[in-house]
Design a protein around this ligand. Structure first.
Ligand code: FMN
Length: 235
């Protein structure tokens, strides 16, 4: 095992205590206010047919029973069905906006075992990899607004998200970000995406929620959608 490989990331508080730097992320008050340089509100209406929700999420089991702590951490069970945390947030946004949904998946299936997934994710990050995606959004030109959702992996975007951002042309579109995390909030990812998508309008008012707070996600997401400046229409 490489010396840099750790079995788990440190939360912001843990990183501060041990003096470990978290790339692109200030340790105090990170992401409590809008980050990135884009506007905080959207100008365009959230039209069902012109809005897409694209998300990456890796629930570490499909079995709602007898979950390990790691499996519980990475999932939220709704009506007996196991969802990833980010997937659950995507579903709430879908319910509120009626927008279409695209799931970002890697061509190669990811390991469900937590430690193996962590090691692979770190290896990909250290190698600045661009893991191949299963498919790209086939009809991106149909959308004006794209919600983009992802979990924080090793204080950054999962590397498949870089593939996703670089292999699509989001020029001229409004991009609204949402994320789930295990303590490190947005970890500078809004700034990273704003820089990467320089031809798009990346809204700085990104949503983030801890995996420990998924029970409050519905209300939190509702409040956030309202704060974007529009009443999202319930179906
Ligand atoms: C490979 C890996 C690395 C992670 N690294 C971090 C991290 O650096 N900071 C953090 O706050 N959470 C980290 N987490 C926790 C996830 O962000 C959190 O569990 C998230 O809600 C998972 O979302 P998902 O179920 O949609 O995949 C990591 C999880 C995994 C699997």
């Amino acid at each position: 095992m490489k010396s840099t490989t750790r079995r788990s990331f440190l939360t912001l508080a843990g990183a501060a205590l041990t003096g470990v730097g978290v790339a692109g992320c200030s340790l105090i008050g990170a992401d409590d206010s809008p980050s990135g340089s884009g506007p905080t509100k959207i100008d365009r209406p959230l039209e069902k047919s012109r809005t897409l929700i694209a998300y990456f999420s890796v629930p570490e089991t499909e079995d709602p029973d007898n979950m390990s702590d790691d499996e519980e951490n990475s999932t939220h069970v709704v009506d007996g069905k196991v969802l990833g945390n980010t997937q659950y947030v995507a579903q709430i946004i879908e319910k509120r906006t009626g927008a279409e949904v695209f799931r970002i998946e890697t061509a190669e299936e990811l390991p469900l075992d937590h430690a193996t997934l962590e090691d692979l994710a770190l290896e990909q990050q250290e190698g600045n990899a661009r893991p191949k995606l299963k498919t790209l959004i086939p009809n991106l030109e149909d959308y004006d607004t794209v919600f983009v959702g992802y979990p924080i992996w090793w204080y950054d975007l999962p590397m498949p998200m870089y593939t996703f951002l670089e292999e699509h042309d989001f020029g001229g579109k409004d991009i609204i970000l949402f994320s789930t995390h295990g303590g490190n909030r947005l970890s500078g990812t809004v700034e990273t995406i704003t820089e990467t998508l320089s031809d798009s309008t990346v809204i700085s008012n990104a949503f983030t929620i801890s995996r420990d707070d998924m029970g409050e996600a519905e209300a939190e997401v509702g409040g956030w959608l309202d704060s974007l400046g529009q009443k999202a229409s319930a179906e």
